[in-house]
Design a protein around this ligand. Sequence first.
Ligand code: NAP
Length: 248
Amino acid sequence: MFRLDNKVALVTGASRGIGRAIAEALAEQGAMVFVNYVKGEAAAKEVADGIMARGGKAEILGFDVADPEACESAIAGAAKRAGRLDIAVSNAGISIDGLVLRLKPDDIERTLSVNVGGAFSLARAASRVMMRARTGRIILISSVVGESGNAGQSAYSASKAALLGLAKSLAREYVSRGITVNAVAPGYVDTDMTQSLTPEQREALLKAVPAGRVATAREIATAVAYLASDEAGYVTGQTLRVNGGMYM
Ligand code: NAP
């Protein structure tokens, strides 16, 4: 079940954290994976080399998701080289935190252009290929705070809420073309993004998670692998929450 043999996947922001775990999980299920990064070429290479060392197929693909032209041409080129593109995961994301009156307009704009603009660009470029094939899986990585909100994370939460509307609208646009579009909304996951929390913030956060612990990146990746599979073909426009009961 949930095998992805002969499929081609692209994961943005796959050099570290959740994206890395997603790339590894999709490769483990048999997919050839394009590992995107923006700065971390060496880290992305390590991910791709690790996949290949375990008998999988992977290639690194550097581009800034906030640059629509770069995104478009890299994805079109990758799909052409591989002969197809079955799975596109919009995972690259940034979080610039601060109370709303302290955020600079540039911080808000950068957060929206990476997190929302990047998802739009990926979905547009991938769906061009998928529409011709009349099959595909687009998965957007949102966040629990896109639904619950979070003081000090207004730009980030707004960007993650936008992805839920985007997933539902694209799901409606593409359902007749065999393309599903879903969001995954993780709770707190142990990655570089959450390393900046103070011990007090961490303790307060854990109190808000009924499961009593943060998630592993692997736990998010396996949810993505399910949505990417043929078995999830009737699931579209949904938000799969993987948050230890933090928000229901
Ligand atoms: P992370 O450890 O900070 O890694 C971010 C990844 O995104 C890196 O691979 C980075 O590439 C890439 N990236 C950043 N800006 C990019 C750009 N402009 N173009 C291309 N790639 C870019 O983050 P994470 O915690 O794994 O989070 C991954 C996703 O899950 C994000 O969308 C985040 O919002 C979401 N999420 C995370 C949590 C959590 O608790 N960690 C919870 C809910 C949702 P480089 O290495 O090249 O910089």
